[in-house]
Write a protein that binds this ligand. Structure first.
Ligand SMILES: [Zn+2]
Ligand SMILES: [Zn+2]
Length: 417
């Protein structure tokens, strides 16, 4: 097992206050956060751009659902009580940057310098910009269609969604009287807005740099090289980001909290981000937005799709997560109210044999990501929340659901105040 130092991963300059959900008292901070989201959309896409207009509508809808779902309590917002935490937020992000981010951003910068110095070469930068925009919308449309397909299945089986969630810690939110249709549409709106704001970072990059058609084969190869190196540090980078997202209250309220405000469905997922969290991470975190447009479209489409698939913690509803995946990852435990695991939470079956090439592309740090949580938080793979998840899959994961037992097992309640 690798040596991990807790002080590197758990450092905070402000006050530590672990959070896993929003409360009525967060109303003013939520209002400010959702206003900033609308502002970011306007500034990045243009205030009258179609993506910005959709964002404003989603922000208005989510503002309304906050009031309906949590209520209103007037309180001086945390951002005014602890303004220094805004500075810390950026300090944490910068200090957590990995070598691969500097490599990707540096290669893009170098490419632009070379393009500027060699105007006589056939770079076809205008054509590349147009192609980049098309790839951007193709990615967005493809993922949105997939998200909509998930929405339709949830709406078609909404009573099953309620029945399953009532057997999890979500029963605190989903009661017999909850408007389950609103919860489902809220989850869809959360995912769609997160995706748009996440993409605002890439849009900002691709509309402010130049790409060369001549260099495309070289940049494509370099992107793959950086991306494979990135997988080696992805879990520790994500652990740190995610730990701060839950333990710094300001980060929870403004960056990560909305990812946990919606029901645990594939609809909500965009590479494990909240609205502004995705925007920040796409610019000051992951290297992907600095790759060539073709690489960005390929890598983002794969990671966003896979993240949606692996957030479907309501069994029996599209997209159906296989038993093998459910048994080898514990991010579900996190969405069912537990703070840990903070990392990607995967564990390789002991019997699994993988090829040398696959082992190179998907390193041990990713396959056995849970080791980081086991060492830093004392996480136990065999825990009551996970056992309950496996039980739900056993009952509902197949086509014909078995009847619900009269006595529902004890559930774990989120450990926050
Ligand atoms: Zn989280
Ligand atoms: Zn998640």
């Amino acid at each position: 097992m690798a040596e991990y130092k807790a002080e590197e991963f758990h450092r905070l300059y402000g006050i530590r206050k672990p959070r896993t959900c929003y409360y009525r008292r967060d109303f003013v901070d939520y209002t400010l956060m959702i206003s900033i989201v609308a502002l970011v959309a306007g500034l990045c896409f243009g205030f009258r751009h179609g993506m910005a207009l959709v964002s404003y509508a989603l922000c208005a809808f989510l503002f309304g659902t906050f009031i309906v779902r949590h209520g209103i309590e007037w309180k001086v917002p945390l951002i005014l009580r602890r303004p220094q935490d805004v500075l810390y937020l950026f300090v944490y992000k910068v200090l957590n940057l990995k070598r691969q981010w500097f490599l990707a951003a540096g290669l893009l910068l170098l490419g632009n310098v070379v393009i500027a110095m060699t105007p006589q070469l056939p770079h076809h930068t205008d054509w590349m910009r147009t192609a980049a925009i098309w790839l951007f919308y193709a990615h967005f449309a493809g993922i949105t269609l997939y998200r909509t397909r998930i929405l339709i299945d949830h709406l078609a089986k909404k009573e099953l969604v309620r029945e399953i969630l009532m057997q999890t810690p979500w029963k605190r939110t989903i009661t017999g009287r909850t408007n389950i249709t609103l919860e489902i549409v809220h989850a869809y709106a959360t995912g769609l807005l997160t995706h748009i704001i996440f993409l605002a970072g890439w849009y900002l990059v691709l509309t402010h740099v130049r790409y060369s058609l001549l260099f495309l084969p070289l940049t494509f190869a370099l992107d793959f090289w950086v991306e494979i190196k990135w997988y080696r540090v992805l879990n520790r980078w994500f652990y740190r980001e995610h730990w701060v997202g839950h333990n710094s209250e300001l980060e929870f309220l403004y960056l990560h909290g909305n990812h946990h405000d919606a029901i645990p469905s594939g609809m909500i997922a965009v590479s494990e981000n909240g609205f502004l969290e995705g925007f920040c991470r796409s610019l000051i975190g992951q290297p992907v937005a600095y790759y060539s447009p073709l690489s960005v479209a390929l890598f983002l489409s794969h990671t966003v799709w896979y993240d949606m698939l692996t957030h479907q913690y309501i069994p029996g509803i599209f997209p159906k997560l296989s038993n093998a995946v459910v048994k080898t990852t514990q991010h579900s435990t996190h969405h069912f109210g537990q703070l840990a695991p903070y990392g990607l939470g995967s564990k390789s079956p002991a019997t699994r044999n993988v090829s040398a090439l696959r082992a190179r592309i998907v390193p041990q740090e990713l396959v056995n990501a849970i080791e980081l949580d086991e060492e830093l938080t004392g996480f136990h793979w065999d825990n009551p929340t996970f056992r309950k998840t496996l039980e739900l899959w056993e009952r509902y994961g197949k086509r014909a659901p078995k009847p619900v037992p009269e006595v529902v097992a004890e559930v774990i309640v989120p450990s926050t105040t």
